[in-house]
Design a binder for this molecule. Structure first.
Ligand SMILES: Nc1nc2c(ncn2[C@@H]2O[C@H](COP(=O)(O)OP(=O)(O)OP(=O)(O)O)[C@@H](O)[C@H]2O)c(=O)[nH]1
Ligand SMILES: [Mg+2]
Length: 216
């Protein structure tokens, strides 16, 4: 009985979230905004990757909504680089939801450009919630180990593009790229997997081209 009640409540939480997400997505379309939900574990390099991508999107306005449980270091860092960024602190919640994005998007007064939404560092819950995005970008790293697609399948399954970050550290690790790719492809046949390093700033061209093609 109690189990049945829990399922009903969860269903209504997802339904309400998805309804708002659909409205937000329509508003993004009206305003010429292409929205990317950026997901990944804590410290995977989500903010570092955004910095690398944004500086290669010359001539295209980039906005960032930064999601964190607490603190605003990433927003301050992006703003110091001239990026229009706004902070959301969930105060404990492990993912962003669409009402939070709706409010932040209004404050940014978005018009014609790319909106990156850096989700809370978490490889599980962000993949479950639509937040009005057009695509999902997953930042995975070689330091997390090559078994992550097997252990956290939903994020890999739902990603439209997978960035494999921190590749400068491969010589010091036992990362098994073949095993990683086998796990990814069992879940997701189409998402490009792009190897990068924010440290050496290498490998970002493919990701930038992918975004530019989506904008067309
Ligand atoms: N060696 C190496 N370090 C990296 C790379 N990318 C990011 N880092 C480091 O990893 C740490 C976390 O990077 P962030 O960009 O803050 O990661 P994040 O995913 O935004 O972190 P949260 O927002 O806290 O979840 C920082 O110390 C970065 O300098 C990389 O490609 N190579
Ligand atoms: Mg960050």
């Amino acid at each position: 009985m109690s189990e049945k009640k829990e399922i009903e409540i969860m269903q209504s939480v997802y339904d309400k979230n998805d309804e708002v997400a659909t409205q937000i997505n329509a508003s993004f379309n009206e305003n010429g905004i292409f929205a990317i939900n950026v997901m990944g574990a804590p410290g995977a390099g989500k903010t570092s990757t955004l910095i690398q991508i944004i500086k290669r999107l010359e001539g295209i306005t980039s906005y960032v909504i930064e999601g964190d449980i607490e603190a605003d270091f990433d927003t301050k860092h992006l703003q110091s680089l001239g990026v229009q960024a706004i902070q959301i602190n969930t105060g404990g919640a492990c993912h962003l939801d669409s009402p939070l994005i709706g409010k932040a998007a209004k404050e940014l007064a978005l018009k014609n450009g790319v909106l990156f939404i850096e989700n809370i560092g978490n490889l599980v819950c962000p993949a479950e919630f639509q937040i009005g995005e057009h695509v999902k970008m997953l930042i995975s790293t070689v330091t997390e180990g090559s078994d992550k697609p097997y252990k956290y399948p939903l994020a890999f399954e739902k990603a439209d593009i997978i960035i494999l970050n921190k590749c400068d550290l491969i010589p010091y690790l036992d990362f098994d790229e073949e095993f990683f790719m086998k796990g990814v492809r069992a879940l997701n046949k189409t998402a490009p997997v792009v190897k990068v390093s924010c440290k050496t700033e290498e490998g970002f061209e493919e990701a930038v081209e992918w975004i530019k093609n989506k904008l067309k």
